[in-house]
Write a protein that binds this ligand. Structure first.
Ligand SMILES: [Zn+2]
Length: 485
């Protein structure tokens, strides 16, 4: 079977994604706006804070030769843009959305990867999206507790992102510590939802839902997934210019302009802060540039690989070996062998290994992402490589992320509020190593503390920081969203 056929078969949903994206759509949400956003009184001014994630968008794709993206360029050039922003590790979708909304790194919030084994029963992989796995309060819960007058919404295009911000998961029985946003769009219930492996609604639908929710919300979190899903399947990414993905990005830019137009039509633009962020970047691999770690592990025995594209999680299949000498020796044998495999950049222990000491061998020495949900051993791919596990045919797709090169993400703070500064936050020695997190740059964990600050809320328990350099203010502009008269 040709590689193209394998990819097309795996991504047969792509055509409808693109066709839907290319159809024109206007907002049907032109009702008179009474003012006050959600829960306010007519005549009171309230801040509107929106965080829109363009899934996997890379900063250099904004305004590139083939992607003029006028709406994004306008926001970038009139707002604060960070040249060297960073995702959390792993550079996957669920970890980074949870990091944005909790302001806490994955090692403490419980969501360090996209796919995992819960270490119970027979080994099987599943999405790390159950609300029960989130170990800290997210922004929706904090807002509910501190500023119950504020109205919130989450409009996520992807099924697992809906689930991780739900109260009790798709089962209705996996109830976690967090409350659901006031408005929570379930993409799986929409007629345009494309089931797994796509698992998303097109941007046309997603932005339509966001515009419908807009009149009633003060804070909204949106994920537009179409650029990412197209990028995964885009063979032309290997040529340096992902043509399918770029076509979709032009369409996504139109959706952003619709959001701006609607905020202006509702008279809210001057009181709006609009974050445009990506969860991670994207990297493309040639057909034969895959790593089948399971083949190496089978020579040792007792180990299983669960792949997330650019990263791989290795689990001891017999969990009673965890913390024992036998388990440590098995993991050491795996690490030694995998370091010799072409395309493997890093192999880190999640827990200290007395049989193979050394802080540099610990995941925690590089990232705040050591947690049992990411496995017993974590692998990261070289640029241009992907993991395919358990079998060499199990991941044929060219576009992948999770690994180092995809930690560089898009981060800008724009909007119509007069206190937003127009500037680019640059480093003198760019490009900076993807492993570095510079103190003056943004990270995805900075989203929640910055939103909380804008809304006049507390900063307790965040790992991230308030990106105060983006604003010409010495204190929060609002009290629970209410602006001074
Ligand atoms: Zn993503």
């Amino acid at each position: 079977m040709s590689r193209l056929w394998v990819v097309l078969k795996a991504y047969r949903w792509l055509l409808p994604v693109m066709m839907l994206g290319l159809s024109a759509c206007g907002s049907d949400n032109d009702d008179d706006f009474g003012g006050g956003n959600g829960g306010g009184q007519v005549g009171e001014s309230k801040l509107t804070v929106l965080v829109v994630v363009i899934d996997s968008l890379m900063p250099e794709e904004i305004g590139a030769a083939l992607t003029p993206t006028p709406a994004l360029v306008g926001l970038r050039d009139s707002g604060t843009f960070y040249n060297e922003s960073r995702s959390v590790f792993s550079a996957e979708t669920i970890p980074n959305h949870v990091a944005m909304m909790t302001g806490v790194y994955p090692g403490s919030n419980g969501i360090p990867t996209n796919t995992y084994w819960n270490r119970m029963g027979a080994l099987e992989d599943r999405d790390l999206s159950l609300p029960t796995e989130v170990e800290v309060d997210n922004l929706f819960t904090r807002i509910k507790n501190e500023c119950p007058n504020l109205r919130t919404a989450a409009i996520m295009s992807k099924d697992y992102l809906y689930e991780v911000f739900s109260g009790c998961g798709f089962s209705g029985e996996d109830c976690g510590r967090n409350v659901e946003p006031d408005i929570h769009f379930d993409p799986t219930g929409d007629l345009t939802f494309l089931p797994s492996p796509a698992g998303l609604t097109p941007d046309l639908t997603t932005m339509g839902q966001a515009l419908t929710a807009l009149p009633d919300v003060d804070f909204m979190f949106v994920n537009l997934g179409q650029v990412d899903r197209t990028g995964h399947a885009d063979e032309t990414g290997n040529l340096g210019v992902p043509l399918l993905r770029n076509t979709v990005l032009l369409e996504t830019d139109i959706r952003i302009s619709m959001l701006i137009d609607e905020l202006q039509a509702q008279g809210r633009w001057e009181d709006t802060v609009l974050f445009i962020v990506s969860d991670h970047g994207m990297d493309w691999s040639l057909p034969l540039d895959f790593i089948n770690a399971q083949a190496t592990l089978d020579g040792i025995g007792g180990l299983a690989a669960i792949q997330s594209g650019g990263t791989d999680s290795i689990f001891l299949t017999d969990q009673s070996e965890r913390g024992t000498t036998a388990g440590h020796q098995r993991l050491k044998a795996a690490r030694d062998a995998l370091l010799g495999v072409t395309g493997v950049a890093d192999v880190w222990y999640v827990e200290p290994n007395p049989e193979d000491p050394g802080s540099e061998k610990q995941l925690s020495s590089v990232f705040d992402s050591a947690h049992e949900n990411i496995g017993d051993l974590v692998l990261s791919a070289e640029d241009g490589y992907r993991f395919s596990d358990p079998g060499p045919q199990d991941n044929p797709i060219p576009g992948n992320h999770g690994h180092e090169v995809t930690l560089h993400n898009t981060f800008l703070i724009g909007g119509g509020a007069s206190f937003i500064k127009a500037q680019t936050i640059a480093e003198a020695d760019e490009p900076v190593s993807h492993l570095e997190r510079r103190p003056g740059q943004s990270e995805n964990v900075d989203v929640a503390p910055t939103v909380a600050w804008l809304l006049g809320m507390s900063q307790n328990g965040f790992d991230g920081r308030v990106l105060s350099e983006a604003f010409s203010l010495s204190a929060s502009p609002s009290q629970c969203g209410f602006l001074p008269e």
